[in-house]
Design a protein around this ligand. Sequence first.
Ligand SMILES: Cc1cc2nc3c(=O)[nH]c(=O)nc-3n(C[C@H](O)[C@H](O)[C@H](O)COP(=O)(O)OP(=O)(O)OC[C@H]3O[C@@H](n4cnc5c(N)ncnc54)[C@H](O)[C@@H]3O)c2cc1C
Length: 397
Amino acid sequence: MQSKRVAVVGSGPAGLMAAWVLSRAGIETHLFEKNRGPARKLLIAGSSGLNLTNALPPNEFVEQYHGEGIDWKKLFETFSPPMLLDFAHSLGQSTYRGTSGRYFVRDMKASNLLRAWLQALKEGGVAFHYGMELANFNEEKDSVRLSFKDGTVFETGFLLLALGGASSLKEEDPPHWQKIFHLKKIPLSPFAPENCGFNVSWKKEFVAEVVRAPLKNVLFSSHKGAQKGDILITDYGVEGTPIYSKGATGECFIDLKPDLTHGAILERMERVKENLSPLRRLAKAIPITPPMRALLFHYAPLDGFLTNKQIVDYLKNFPLILGTPRSLVEAISSSGGVPLTEITESFALKRAERIYAVGEMLDWSAPTGGFLIQACVSQGYLAAQSIVNCFSKKLDV
Ligand SMILES: Cc1cc2nc3c(=O)[nH]c(=O)nc-3n(C[C@H](O)[C@H](O)[C@H](O)COP(=O)(O)OP(=O)(O)OC[C@H]3O[C@@H](n4cnc5c(N)ncnc54)[C@H](O)[C@@H]3O)c2cc1C
């Protein structure tokens, strides 16, 4: 006799959405979390303005994702960005669309959204179990047996794992849950930082002058492509959306004035009447912020800027050598984890059809911009829906 109850392990956005779908379908739902409270990373995400999703049209939206083995189009048709916004609104949270097409919760934090989400789950009958670290699971004929670190054993009809990735954890090492997969001989792809800053060996005098200053509205390019946005200069290197998206170790370039052509800048410089050095002439001709000026000043070729053309060449194509990426602990997300070849199109493990895996614990990646949370909740939604369908099929028989 199969038990009509489901264990969801992991209380991040993927697990919370799965619990919501299951509880609304009238299924006895138990949510387990190893920490003493829920959704630590969602709360961290809210500390810098919670970006829920993105307004890109569907065909461009799916292009943001790397991970062969997931039908991204179907995933976002099943639970789309507008559905996520409607869901947030149904929880009493208003959202707004930023100029970049990113959707944020109006109060920018995650705490109110999370509180309302938990309340809805509680009203739907979800049982919460905090401080419970999953240590193992075994699929049996009609059930799954879960064992927790404290010795508790729990039997359930289906298990949905939403254990998260390897970024931003307290410990430096990859997540502990990988041990369970090693025990089961399910191979994992190595974890790697995604959406992270890069080291740059800045000159001491430059860093002394410019730290935590943004280079605003620049165009960053590498062999991965080009992206406009703001780059933050830090004492160790660079951060910011264009770096997260297109950063790569080696030589990269920054166009510090992408909205003005080379010719237009030269023309404006030539109109300056005073007898000034090229750098001072440039600063007179167009607005140059202090960090841009410092970059040009400290990184001028050894013989300095001899001509106007040379300085404009530098301004429009500033060469920046990126060192290694920052560590997993600092990264916004990670790739690696459960290979997509191990899961079905409904996110069940191919080796154990009663066990599902969703969210950042799977080996896919996407840039920042609301694409991460959207993918996690859409996967939680689709997998939970598939479990609901399994129960109804069994009941029909
Ligand atoms: C600084 C920062 C800012 C971010 N900002 C944004 C943003 O604005 N927009 C966006 O889309 N994304 C953002 N992200 C990324 C986003 O937070 C993650 O992609 C998302 O939280 C992943 O959801 P998840 O449910 O897969 O995993 P998680 O949120 O990591 O949740 C996994 C849960 O599983 C629990 N767990 C793990 N192992 C066990 C175990 N053995 N037993 C029981 N429980 C376990 C963990 O404690 C955790 O609570 C940000 C991330 C960071 C670090």
